[in-house]
Design a protein around this ligand. Structure first.
Ligand code: ADP
Length: 278
């Protein structure tokens, strides 16, 4: 196996310099006749400052790889490095510490706690550990994701786009090195999707945050710098994106949004909104 395409010396040199790297990963779910080989030998280096889009048919292994790269799941074989540290051989406590230090994860369905306000949801990764965010950093984060005036609202009082922004801010509150996002625009309309991609692009371009996101839409992938395509548990295509789209410019050229987002469900929001103006 070692004699395959990549010489061992290259692997040793390359992997630690990536923010996250996967080397020759396989992942089998189940055993015997019903076993599913979700990944069949995937290697992927995610270099600092890149915004990589992962595409591919449903069931091709995208989420499985993302979970393994986030140290949320373990490969059947192969190695994963996070910020230069190889996960194999580390204890679960050490892996948790490494994940907490470096990884921010954004789920497609937001996964917010309904009883908590937006700001409480965002601060949760810190409050679980008995910590509080630095006030200036937290304020900047709320401004950056456009939630400063929605901070006291609960998820049910927020639109889908606003809930996703809470989820993004929650992933950023620990100041991770890399943001992993599993179809972050999968449930959002076009304009809201561009707004979310604008946040990712600004974080990437202004702050140098590395982003790896899964999407089903080429339109979304084109905001990135690199496109990786999966098929049947393998990487089929890995290429640079020419003519990257610019979300901020596109938003500026769109007609102004509706007064209130159509899917904003709660009277509370309207009352508080108008109350603030009076
Ligand atoms: P994608 O993200 O590209 O849609 P996934 O990584 O979710 O693909 O899934 C890859 C394959 O692994 C699919 O055949 C899927 O059914 C299977 N799979 C994913 N998670 C599990 C699991 N927890 N148990 C069994 N099979 C799974």
């Amino acid at each position: 196996m070692e004699a395959a395409a990549v010489p061992a010396a290259d692997v040793a040199d390359k992997a630690p310099s990536a923010v996250v790297a996967a080397q020759d990963i396989t992942r089998r779910y189940g055993e015997g006749d019903t076993a599913v080989d979700a990944l069949r030998g995937v290697s992927l280096d995610v270099q600092q400052g890149k915004l990589t889009a992962v595409m591919g048919p449903s069931g091709s292994g995208k989420s499985t790889l993302m979970h393994i790269m986030a140290a949320l799941d373990k490969p059947t074989s192969g190695s994963v490095w996070i910020a230069g540290t190889k996960l194999g051989g580390l204890s679960d406590t050490e892996i948790t510490k490494l994940r907490r230090e470096h990884i921010g994860f954004v789920f497609q369905f937001f996964n917010l706690l309904p009883m908590l306000s937006a700001e409480e949801n965002i601060a949760l990764p810190l409050s679980i550990a008995g910590e509080k965010p630095d006030p200036a950093f937290f304020e900047d984060l709320l401004q950056r994701v456009g939630l400063a005036d929605r901070r006291k609202h609960r998820p049910s009082e927020l639109s889908g786009g606003q809930q996703q922004r809470v989820a993004i801010a929650r992933a950023l509150v620990t100041q991770p090195t890399i943001l992993l996002a599993d179809e972050p625009t999968g449930n959002l309309d076009t304009r809201t999707s561009i707004e979310v991609m604008d946040i990712f692009q600004r974080l990437n371009m202004e702050r140098g945050i590395t982003v790896l996101l899964i999407t089903h839409e080429m339109d979304i992938a084109e905001y990135g710098t690199r496109l990786v395509r999966f098929r049947d548990g393998r990487i089929q295509v890995d290429q640079k994106i020419a003519n990257r789209r610019d979300a901020a410019r596109e938003l500026a050229n769109l007609p102004p949004p509706e007064e209130e987002p159509a899917d904003l469900p709660s009277d509370t929001v309207a009352v508080e909104h108008h109350g603030g103006v009076v």
